[in-house]
Structures are given as C-alpha cells and as structure tokens.
Design a protein around this ligand. Structure first.
Ligand code: TMP
Length: 214
C-alpha cells in the first residue's frame, strides 16, 4: 500500500521541525515506517539550493521569480529522489514545508500572482500531492520571540527570510489561512502557540484517521 504524505506548514518559529520528529516517534511506536525531510533541501542538490536561498552567498539576492524557481527546483529533486520512491515503497513521508510555503511566501508574501504560482506547483510536484497538510498557525510576533530565543541558545543569526519585515510575515500568515480555508479537506489548522506536547496531541488527533485509510 502507498505510504501517506503529510506536510507541515506555518510561519517562522511555529515549531514544525520539533513536531515532525514527535510524529515520527509516534508512528514508529505503531510499527509504521516513516521518514522526515525538509524544504528547501532534503537531497544533496536541494541542500545546496537551500544555502543559496537562505544566505545570499553569491552576494546577489535572487530576483523574485528566480527565487520561486529555485524553491521549485529543490522541490522537484526531493519529489523524484525521495518522496515518490518512499511513498511507492509504503513508507510515510513527513515533510517540513512543501508547495504551500511557496504560495504563502512567494505568492502572498512577495506578491507574485498566486494563480500562476499554483500552476507552477502542478508542474513541479508531478502528481505527488500531500494527503494531509498541517498548518501550525501562530502570531507573527510570538514566532519571532521563539526564534530570538533559539538564536541566543545556538548562536545562530537570521537568514534572508527571517530578516524580512513583520508586514511580509503577516502577509505570509494570512496567505496560509486563506489556503487552508480554500482546501478544508487537505488542511488542518493547529494552534501552534500552545506548548509542544499539547500541539503534538492535537496533531495526532488529525493524523490518526489516516492510519485507518480514512
Ligand atoms: P525553515 O526551514 O527554517 O523553515 O526555512 C526555510 C525558509 O525558506 C523559511 O523562511 C521559509 C522560506 N521558504 C520560502 O520562502 N518558500 C518556500 O517554498 C519554502 C519551502 C521555504
């Protein structure tokens, strides 16, 4: 049987990576084989693209459409090299960000035409569509407070997206909420302002029906 494909979406600091790890642990306890991966990245080529996108190493930020296409290139590589083979093998895939990130950040955030952005996704994902998308929603300011704590703890600094102004991130958040309202069958909104354990309980309640093939 084909594995299930679950994507985690949300604004900065929404705790997606922590939740992905917790979900994998729960699935493993039930004997379900599952992998986590992330975007941009998840393949050798994708991780190189991630570096280009986040850290502006060429000293020249990509133009808006170039930025979008770099995300799409990383995504197609991940779909064909990792996600599709895993699903066909019966393995579940939990992906930290996927196509809805591009619609939210490049479409709603940067202001590229959303319908055109969505059409490009169809070409990129080549029929590999998430069974479930969890939107970990929280206030932009709360997310940035969490990131600031992480920076202090790990000595990291803000990447190109985290440096964007708050209004950009507010457009991203509202964009996500709009996407979730448009596709209620695929999306579930989770209140990510709660503590990680409570968030994981809420997430599990939405993932459980997939175990029975619902
Ligand atoms: P993250 O892995 O820490 O969430 O960082 C990825 C960053 O890239 C984050 O700021 C969101 C941004 N992003 C986009 O702008 N568009 C996309 O399609 C994806 C996958 C991520």
């Amino acid at each position: 049987m084909r594995g299930k494909f679950i994507t985690l979406e949300g604004p900065e600091g929404s705790g997606k990576s922590t939740q992905a790890k917790m979900m994998i642990r729960r699935l493993a306890e039930l004997g379900i084989e599952a992998i986590t991966t992330r975007e941009p990245g998840g393949t050798a080529l994708g991780e190189e693209i991630r570096n280009i996108l986040q850290h502006n190493q060429a000293g020249e930020a990509p133009c808006e459409r170039a930025e979008l296409l770099l995300f799409e290139a990383s995504r197609n590589q991940l779909v064909e090299k990792v996600i599709r083979p895993a699903l066909e093998n019966g393995t579940w895939v939990i992906c930290d960000r996927f196509m809805d990130s591009t619609t939210a950040y490049q479409g709603y955030g940067r202001g590229l035409p959303v319908d055109e952005v969505k059409a490009i996704h169809l070409f990129t994902i080549n029929d590999v569509t998430p069974d479930l998308t969890l939107l970990l929603d929280l206030e932009v300011e709360t997310g940035f407070e969490r990131i600031a704590e992480r920076f202090l703890a790990l000595g990291e600094s803000a990447d190109r997206f985290e440096q964007e102004e708050r209004s950009f991130h507010e457009r991203v958040r509202q964009g996500y909420l709009k996407l979730a309202a448009e596709e209620p069958d695929r999306f579930r909104i989770v209140d990510a302002s709660q503590d990680p354990k409570t968030v994981s309980v809420d997430i599990w309640a939405t993932v459980k029906p997939l175990l029975k093939g619902e």
